[in-house]
Ligand binder design. Structure first.
Ligand SMILES: N[C@@H](CCC(=O)N[C@@H](CS)C(=O)NCC(=O)O)C(=O)O
Length: 205
């Protein structure tokens, strides 16, 4: 079985960073959207090793766990971080993005607008400060987050900014000019990612 299939719910959620990596790379893949009502049966069938989504099939191998899938695909498509210190700079940013996603997405899913507003006031400004400082640390923010080519840090930060920060409270990005400019540059560097984001049907989260 050759080819790539992403299995996930019909939302952005955890799978979107994976979709973004694949589109950025210009890789063909099937985007299998699973309806929430289909999931209990599929889950009970042993379809997913960890009983959760996303799942990605790559050339006959079934992969699970978002961070591991992202790492695998980034290595496969040439977006791996260099060994040593660059691995740390990359992975720690991805860990922060995971913290941001796992704090905010459940609030959005449960339509907890009060909770969302509290997080955007109390936590997001500090998270954005840290992310922008990291960008600035690498060549003054003129390129990528780590080293001289895209790594998975770029994809995970991009997904957080695009699907979470800009979607719910875009004004929190005001004043973060380097971050905003980086995002535009990053998006413009892949026509396939840009087209995907501009032409797909919108989802709430
Ligand atoms: N650590 C896992 C967490 C996966 C996860 O929480 N998946 C959720 C959707 S975002 C899920 O499958 N929920 C349905 C269920 O647990 O039955 C990952 O990063 O992939």
């Amino acid at each position: 079985m050759s080819g790539i299939t992403v299995h996930y719910f019909d939302i952005y959620g955890r799978a979107d960073v994976i979709r973004m990596i694949l589109h950025y790379a210009g890789a063909a893949f099937e985007d299998h959207k699973i309806q929430f009502q289909e999931w209990p049966q599929l889950k009970g069938s042993g379809f997913a090793e960890f009983s959760q989504l996303p799942i990605v099939d790559v050339d006959g191998h079934r992969l699970a766990q978002t961070q591991s899938i992202s790492r695998y695909l980034c290595n496969k498509f040439g977006y791996g971080a260099a060994e040593g210190e660059e691995t740390y700079w990359t992975e720690s940013l991805c860990d922060l993005c995971e913290d941001i996603g796992s704090t905010i997405t459940p609030l959005a899913f449960n339509k907890d607008f009060e909770g969302l507003s509290k997080v955007f006031t109390e936590k997001v400004p500090e998270w954005l400060r840290i992310i922008e400082a990291r960008l600035d640390k690498n060549n003054g923010g003129s390129g990528y987050f780590v080293g001289n080519h895209p790594t998975r840090a770029d994809f995970h930060v991009f997904a957080v900014l695009h699907n979470i920060i800009e979607k719910f409270h875009p004004e929190t990005l005001e004043g973060h000019n380097k971050l905003r400019q980086w995002k535009v540059r990053f998006l413009n560097s892949s026509r396939t990612l840009k087209t995907f984001l501009e032409t797909r049907e919108p989802r709430d989260f």
